[in-house]
Design a protein around this ligand. Sequence first.
Ligand SMILES: Cc1ncc(COP(=O)(O)O)c(C=O)c1O
Length: 333
Amino acid sequence: MSSAFEHAAGRAAGADPLPHTELRELKQLAEPDAARIFVKCEFLNPTGSHKDRVFSYMIDQLEAEGTIRPGQTLVECSTGNGGAALSRVCRDRGYQAVIIMPEGMTEERRKQIASFGGTIIETSQDGFLLESEDTARRYVQEHPGSHFLDQSTNDLNWKSWRSCGQEIVAELRARDVVPDHFICSIGTGGTFTGIADILKQQYPDIVTTAVEVDRSAALYAKRHGLPFEHHTHNMMGLGPGKVPSNLREELVDRVELISGDDGWTTMKRLIAEEGLFVGPTAGGNVFAAQRLARTLPPQTVVVTVLFDSAWKYFSVWEGQYPKYSTGDSATTR
Ligand SMILES: Cc1ncc(COP(=O)(O)O)c(C=O)c1O
């Protein structure tokens, strides 16, 4: 049975491979005298986000190695996209999904997870994802037979992104284009790592930039010897409050920061001017790519990723999450 929250362009239910997503060159947001920007349209995946790639791969691998089998309950922490992707795979393949989510995520995300039959357990806004992870660990202890997938530490997450890296290479080659830069923001770090891994193998001179939201920039703090403070923010999916262990730090050449406003403003430009119906973290990636492109000669090539879909944010369209301020609250970690 399909759900209203499932993109028609998605694959049929079952174990068919995900469709390849488009690699698009920006036209309206490209600036004269700046580098070219190519965007990988992961928001076009079946549940409207890049996380479909992670959970179809993870379930395939874990089933093949005999770690999980249909009938089990699979547990994951998520700000919503991973929860929706996992719940959909569970619906199609005979598992139950339990999604542990910090309070205050958008109602679109909660409804989408429920539409696939996933059960949501909310944790506190202050504890954010670190508290969700503790809760998930406790849940599996208290529910024998359930399995915590843990996209934050499970290296099947970043490995699932190699297919995306290979698609980017194939699409660039078909156009006779060689990329000079890859720039991408990090949450679990899976997307950045898997794509950077492939691009660095294929293009040893490529320069990679990991992007963090300024209010929760653990890697930036580590690289610059600064104390790290996690502040609440409005770039859901980024800034989990730690350097994620799915980020292979040796693949990161540079680290840059963006603000929530950068992401939300650029998201609206992508919708209005490019017809790309994406969310704020995709906007953040393009903002950072444009900033980088301005420092490079024309004809240089920058590649980035469009993570998720705009409709997931209709209820917070001005970028204001009632529970997540962009003011001064901070937690030192
Ligand atoms: C909207 C959004 N953007 C970006 C990311 C970051 O992706 P990754 O976890 O692969 O670093 C996430 C992760 O949940 C997300 O949901």
